[in-house]
Design a protein around this ligand. Structure first.
Ligand code: ATP
Ligand code: MG
Length: 738
């Protein structure tokens, strides 16, 4: 951030404050680089000139609806503007072409009703207040008028409102379609795919009681007449570990609790009990969600399943599997007679039987698959079969692995089913893609999941930079001004570190393939390979056992714990589990586990989740490149998830993660806010009395003022004046003196 120019005694500034992040005040003394400020909360602060920002004392009290209109684009200005608007329940604000959406944490029905949708239909962008509908409308018009696919990329941290925003976008597009009932079957199916996927892919977390634990890209296809004619849903990395492991105040995936609240005949059929009686649910003492009735949700999910085309029989099969997973989780192991072996505890036999019955595989078969491993060892020409029994810890690991595999295959099945059922329109050339994907994550403990999520965000950030930058250049071209390259932070080096050959993912895959590797050898490999990489570092700790590593992401440093990386990167189905389920008499289960080719079944073939994710992202980026992008940045104003609380530090952090201030700067950088001739004259005409007297053409008048002020390097376009950010400040300072 650069230091503002023209600070004098009496200037109004923003200075850092430990309580409210930025506080405004007035300069009362200047000692070289030291600025003395009296703040509005009565403090006297001495700070360095590089740490203060000019405050626009004429900023409208209700804020501006597009932040490129801010006189000074800097963090405190942006924060103040958003806070002011939020106070007035104005949750949407533009930052140029980007929409910032602050979670209201309350229903604002008037914002989303049919009348509002009607108002936004066909309205010029910027004519009405900022809104998600406006973004959807622009995307739709651009698709219709230019025949080009569009995409809307919704980002933000957990609980910021991405999924709700995406649903509003869908509802608006459905509204534009206008059909309902049987005529609008596809539209209904697209909308109802949400509750179905949420039941199986969303869960309560600390940050959000309906947190999406997977990324999603929905391509809505339109026919020639602009009506919805199909859709394709692509999902990314469902969080598998949640199926077996949760801690307070999280819950497992909603579907488990819904099933436990199902009508009594279902409960009886699956021999279920309360959620408290299942290990996969009772690790966290949170069972209910405020304002949510799981029994109703169960029925609503079944109805949504009807609409998206999942037959009653398939629904039975799905919930049968959900029940089987709950029973599976209750199978416990005790030490066996021989050392390092295990047996199933007598009291969990009931659950073993139930799991086997529901999965329709024989009980001894399931028991063996859980606790025994068969190895084929070649001795000369003779192949010997050795059976090894797992110890209790390994048996638990095996059980959880089985549960996770079944659940993730079930989830993939659901996505495929919905896609097939909605259907793809082979003739559609126009698509609107909606991306609802996890935002940057940096917790106290960051593992492989955070690594992948942050990798995805780096990819999106690069796409964002290139696009925003490009859009700016287009504006310059349109205005026919001379422009030169505008610097922006390039994150190619972080991406190279992660995904290039010889990068972290390659190292990880190598480690996974090599049986003797451990997380320690993996971390060591990284340390030696990237010693001099400026985006990579090793934490400064003396402990030689330490295996953490740090990546300097574009939004800041994140420390990763390497210990689970190898495990979590391996997506393989244990051969014994595969055999068991392939042989299931339950056709639905058997279809989730088609037989593997002879070769791979023996070796429990390893599939790299990291490398698979990388390919998925590459393909997403290629798709996005073909589209006209629109960006929505969701912001969570507080961690209490309550309305009307705007926590400055919290918001600033998210603005930084989303590079929001930078984006506004890019939008207004190089040349600050391109102001129309009229706007410019309105603000600055009295700087040149000559202009006030004469009756000049607007463009001529602008040039006269700028020349009189002795400014150099400004640009005059066809309709706008482009000034450097500092020049705008300079003109303002002169204005104060007049
Ligand atoms: P995650 O990354 O965890 O999936 P998310 O960004 O998708 O989070 P949402 O689930 O969309 O977040 O929103 C979290 C909660 O915030 C919602 O359950 C709802 O209570 C509230 N919320 C979000 N957007 C709105 C809105 N426009 N109006 C009212 N409430 C909202
Ligand atoms: Mg979500």
């Amino acid at each position: 951030m650069s230091a503002p120019v023209n600070i004098t005694v009496g200037s109004h500034l923003w200075v850092e404050d430990p309580e409210v992040a930025w506080i405004d005040g007035e300069v009362f003394r200047i000692d070289g680089q030291e600025i003395h400020v009296k703040t509005t909360n009565g403090k006297k602060v001495v700070t360095d000139v590089s740490k203060v920002f000019l405050r626009d004392i004429e900023a409208p009290t209700v804020g501006v609806n597009d932040m490129t209109k801010l006189t000074y684009v800097h963090e405190p200005g942006v924060m103040q503007n958003l806070a002011t608007r939020y106070e007035h329940n104005e949750i949407y604000t533009y930052a140029g072409n980007i929409l910032i959406a602050i979670n209201p944490f309350q229903n604002l029905p008037h914002l989303f009703d049919t009348r509002t949708m009607e108002r936004y239909k066909g309205a010029a962008f910027g004519e009405l207040s900022p809104h998600v509908f406006a973004v959807a409308d622009v995307a739709y018009r651009s698709m219709i008028n230019e025949g080009k696919s569009n995409s809307i990329l919704v980002s933000g941290e957990g609980g910021a409102g991405k999924t709700e925003t995406t649903k509003k976008l869908m509802e608006y597009l459905a509204h534009l379609d206008g059909r309902s009932g049987t005529e609008g079957r596809t539209v209904e199916q697209v909308l109802k795919s949400n509750p179905v996927l949420e039941a199986f892919g969303n869960a309560k977390t600390v940050q959000n009681k309906n947190s999406s634990r997977f990324g999603k890209f929905v391509k809505i296809q339109f026919d020639k007449s602009g009506r919805i004619s199909g859709a394709a849903i692509q999902t990314y990395l469902l969080e598998r570990s949640r199926v077996c492991q949760i801690s307070y105040p999280d819950r497992n995936y909603h579907c488990f609790y819904l099933l436990c609240a199902a009508p009594s005949e279902d409960i009886a059929e699956y021999k279920l009990g309360s959620p408290e009686s299942f290990h996969y649910l009772n690790q966290s003492n949170c069972y209910e969600l405020d304002g949510v009735n799981d029994a109703h949700e169960y029925l609503a999910t079944r109805r949504a399943m009807d609409i998206v085309g999942i037959s009653k029989q398939e629904q039975e099969a799905i919930f049968r599997i959900v029940a089987a997973i709950l029973h599976l989780g209750n199978i416990e192991f005790a030490k066996g007679k021989e050392i390092d072996t295990s047996v199933i505890k007598d009291e969990s036999r009931f659950h073993l039987n139930m799991a086997a019955e529901l999965l329709m595989c024989n009980t001894p078969g399931l028991e063996d698959a859980l606790i025994k491993r068969v190895k084929r060892v070649k001795k000369g020409n003779v192949e010997e079969v050795i059976t090894k029994t797992l110890d209790p810890a390994a048996a638990v690991f095996s059980r959880d692995g089985l549960a996770k595999t079944i659940y993730s295959r079930l989830f993939d099945w659901l996505v495929d089913k919905i896609n097939n059922s909605i259907g793809q329109d082979p003739n559609s050339k126009s698509v609107i893609g909606l991306l609802d994907i996890y935002g940057f994550e940096s917790f106290e403990c960051n593992s492989f999941e955070q690594f992948c999520i942050n990798f995805a965000n780096e990819k999106l950030q690069q796409h964002f930079n290139q696009q925003v930058f490009k859009m700016e250049q287009e504006e310059y071209t349109k205005e026919e001004i001379n422009w030169s390259y505008i610097e922006f932070v390039d994150n190619q080096d972080v991406l190279d570190l992660i995904e290039k050959r010889g990068g972290i993912i390659s190292h990880l895959d190598d480690a996974c393939k090599f049986p003797k590797s451990t997380h320690k050898t993996f971390a060591q490999e990284l340390y030696t390979s990237f010693t001099n990489h400026k985006r990579f570092s090793k934490p400064k700790v003396s402990d030689t056992d330490h295996t953490d590593f740090i990546i300097s992401h574009c939004v800041g440093k994140v420390t990763y714990q390497a210990d689970q990386f190898l495990n979590k990167n391996k997506d393989y189905v244990v051969a014994e589990h595969q055999e068991l389920l392939t042989a299931s008499k339950f056709p639905f289960i058997a279809s989730l586990f088609p037989p593997l080719p002879e070769e791979s079944s023996k070796s429990s073939k390893f599939y790299s989740i990291g490398a698979g994710f990388k390919l998925q992202l590459q393909s997403l980026m290629e798709t996005l490149k073909e589209t006209e992008p629109h960006y929505i940045r969701c912001v969570k104003p507080n961690n209490s998830l309550k309305p009307a609380i705007f926590e400055n530090f919290n918001v600033i952090n998210q603005l930084r993660c989303g590079s929001v201030v930078d984006a506004i700067r890019i939008s207004s950088a190089g040349y600050a806010t391109g102001r129309t001739f009229y706007e410019f004259l309105e603000r600055f005409d009295f700087l040149d009395p000559e202009v006030l007297k004469g009756n000049y053409d607007d463009k001529v008048a602008c040039r006269m003022i700028l020349d009189k002020m002795g400014l150099k390097g400004y640009q005059i376009g066809k309709t706008k004046v482009f000034l450097k950010a500092s020049q705008m400040a300079e003109l303002d300072a002169r204005r104060m003196k007049v």
